[in-house]
Ligand binder design. Structure first.
Ligand code: 15L
Length: 274
């Protein structure tokens, strides 16, 4: 079995977002140096941190951002539905720049934030695993399917190890009934990220970034195979969330598919897909 890559300097892109700020805390002291980057300015560097400001749409700047890095946690880009122009800039061109700069710099591992919205048009009635074909529910979801495809190319052709984490919904607690099925807690996501950076034998893997939710729509066997042992389950929150949701108006398309309102937005097909 190949040896685990040495992670001396780990870069977090999109470090100013919700997941990035959380990982900045939970990974503090785990690696010798954490480099934190965003296009907006970040809180000043603390001990064993480096702070950087880069727009990932600018390849030359991205090359400077990744210099000297062993592993990347790529959270940068647009994190929800948006115009095609914004998605193109942040999630297609920006993503390509990060992977290409990583290749040139000899980066060994990339943990990538893909999303449940890459497969959002699967019905809630179906349990899906990491082998299903993408069914994006938005331009954003398409960009996440693209990110998984580009990761596969850079893994097969250039040998960078990728863990693609199809994140459900990250937060301290689930926020509504849909999120009971896709929630991930900060400590569970931290565990998954560390597997992605430290596991001795990762080439290209897709896993679901979800906690051990009883109401899950995912068969996350691939994550378990890699050693993931999630600590949290949304179920203790279910009673209060479902009581609040009871009687509130719902959209039939949003309710039918895993991607929820991302599926319903702009939806005008004559018949709903199977
Ligand atoms: C995502 O991919 C988004 O980044 C996040 O903001 C939420 O919308 C989440 O999906 C979700 O589906 O709840």
């Amino acid at each position: 079995m190949p040896n685990a890559p040495q992670m001396h300097r780990v870069l977090i892109t999109g470090a100013g977002g919700g997941i990035g700020r959380s990982l900045r805390e939970t990974l503090r002291g785990v690696y010798p140096v954490l480099r934190l980057s965003d296009r907006v300015s970040l809180a000043p560097a603390q001990e064993r941190e480096e702070v950087d400001q880069t727009d990932i749409a600018d390849l030359a700047a991205v090359e400077r951002m990744v210099a000297g890095v062993d592993g990347i946690i790529h959270l940068g880009g647009i994190s929800g539905e948006n115009t095609w122009e914004k998605i193109l800039e942040g999630n297609i061109i920006g993503l390509y720049n990060v992977f290409e700069a990583a290749r040139r710099a000899g980066v060994r591992r990339i943990v990538m934030a893909t999303s449940n919205h890459a497969v959002g048009f699967y019905p809630r009635a179906r349990t899906i695993d990491h082998n299903v074909v993408p069914r994006p529910d938005s331009r954003y979801g398409v960009s996440k399917a693209f990110s998984e495809a580009l990761a596969s190319l850079y893994a097969d052709k250039h040998g960078i190890g990728f863990l693609c984490t199809r994140i459900g919904n990250f937060g301290e607690r689930p926020i509504d009934s849909r999120r009971l099925s896709i929630w991930i807690s900060p400590r569970d996501y931290t565990q998954l990220v560390r597997i992605g950076l430290e596991h001795p034998d990762i080439r290209f893997e897709i896993v679901y970034g979800v906690s051990n939710n009883r109401r899950s729509w995912y068969d996350n066997a691939n994550a378990f195979r890699l050693g993931y042992r999630p600590q949290d389950d949304s179920e203790p929150y279910a009673g209060a969330i479902l009581a609040t949701a009871a009687g509130q108006p719902t959209d039939p398309i949003a309710e039918r598919y895993q991607g929820g309102t991302f599926c319903a937005a702009e939806y005008d097909a004559p018949t709903p897909p199977e």
